[in-house]
Design a protein around this ligand. Structure first.
Ligand SMILES: O=C(O)CCC(=O)C1=CC=C[C@@H](O)[C@@H]1C(=O)O
Ligand SMILES: [Mg+2]
Length: 369
């Protein structure tokens, strides 16, 4: 693939609205934009999705930088690539650190698609020309505020509403929300805020006809989730517990969930994401694409992945303007009536807005190949 240079760019962007979950609130997002450049002048872009603190999974912005600079980029410098699928094999000796791996692999996938003059969606084998998306709404100060925000997003046409729950912000909130929105597709994400002792509380949520409950129990568990799933009707969706095809198979065999949330960063990149997708297709497990409050580059990767056929449920990839005053891509991602039209120009299909990119960049490092 003749990569001649790799750029690592550290960005900082402020979210339009703070995003609160069971573990805390995010207002500013620090992340890396990776850029792989070939001898012909093609540029491929990727994005890292770890947060500044290790509350979602153990990775952070700082560990991403350490692992990319000290381990992963040297591996890429030492090896010639023919296809982006080779990246995850080369990275295998480095344990974990999936978000660091995905940030680099993403730039290489985009570069590959641009070299072939095809869209990233096509390079992955995706066929959909448009995708349906939902929106994820953080915990609000009051239920009335939450209901107001849900109303705005239902009106905007988002295909499903994801709410964050935690002990003390669950049954009564969902009861009021369900009463206001009897027919809306609603799901709840707990980000592992409950334990085995709380199973009775989760059982009560069966009353609300939720599409699914996402990651109610521990971030590293699939055994207790299987027990919980056997006692509730609402499908469990696993997020934090799934890092690979192997995790997906084990969760399927144990009956730990009925739905999988695929996040490219959490599973180590597009190659692994596609393997998980293919397994779920074969076993009839619905999947959807999770979000990590990405800038436009990560959002574009999510859109391309979602064009694969087993992404049958609306994902988290809402329009750019829900997150940012100004995004770093042109045009921004627009969801009209909950539908995003998949770009068909080469690679991620969106141009980088160089001025915006520079505005949010704290520093750049260049690695020669
Ligand atoms: O809109 C998005 O990008 C999705 C946001 C979202 O729901 C999440 C992002 C990151 C961590 C979590 O809080 C949560 C999730 O677990 O899916
Ligand atoms: Mg989640």
């Amino acid at each position: 693939m003749s990569i001649k240079q790799l750029k690592l760019r550290k960005l900082r962007m402020n979210l339009k609205h703070p995003f609160s979950t069971s573990f805390g609130t995010i207002q500013k997002k620090e992340f890396f934009i990776t850029e792989a450049i070939d001898v012909h002048g093609n540029h491929g872009y990727g994005e890292s999705v770890a947060f500044s603190s290790p509350w979602y999974t153990e990775e952070t912005v700082a560990t991403n930088q350490h692992v990319m600079e000290d381990f992963l980029i040297p591996i890429l410098q030492e090896n010639k690539l023919h296809h982006p699928d080779e990246v995850s094999k080369l990275f295998k000796p480095i344990k974990g650190n999936n978000m660091a791996k995905a940030a680099l692999e993403g730039a290489i996938w985009d570069l590959y698609a641009k070299q072939k003059n095809i869209s990233l969606a096509e390079a992955l084998g995706g066929k959909k020309r448009q995708i349906e998306v939902g929106i994820s709404i953080g915990i609000q100060s009051t239920v009335n505020e939450l209901i107001e925000i849900i109303s705005q997003n239902v009106e905007a046409g988002y295909k499903r509403i994801k709410l964050k729950i935690k002990p003390g912000w669950d049954f009564e909130v969902l009861q009021k929300v369900r009463t206001h929105f009897p027919d809306t597709m609603i799901m709840a994400d707990a980000n592992s805020a409950y334990t085995r002792e709380d199973i009775w509380q989760l059982q009560k949520l069966d009353d609300f006809n939720l599409m699914m409950i996402e990651q109610p129990l521990a971030h590293d568990d699939i055994v207790d989730h299987a027990k919980l799933q056997s006692t509730i009707h609402t499908p469990i969706c696993l997020d934090e517990s799934i890092h690979s095809l192997g995790d997906t198979r084990k969760a399927y065999e144990l009956g730990s969930c009925k739905i999988i949330n695929i996040k490219i960063g959490r599973v180590g990149g597009l190659t692994e994401a596609k393997k998980i997708h293919d397994f779920c297709l074969e076993h009839n497990i619905p999947v959807w694409c999770g979000g990590m409050l990405e800038s436009g580059v990560g959002r574009a990767h999510n859109i391309a992945l979602t064009t694969l056929s087993q992404f049958t449920l609306p994902g988290d990839t809402a329009g750019s303007s829900n997150y940012w005053e100004k995004d770093i891509i042109q045009p921004e991602v627009i969801a009209e009536n909950g539908v995003i039209h998949v770009p068909d120009s080469p690679g991620i299909g969106y141009e980088i807005d160089k001025n915006a990119l520079d505005e949010f960049t704290e520093w750049v490092k260049v690695f020669q190949f």
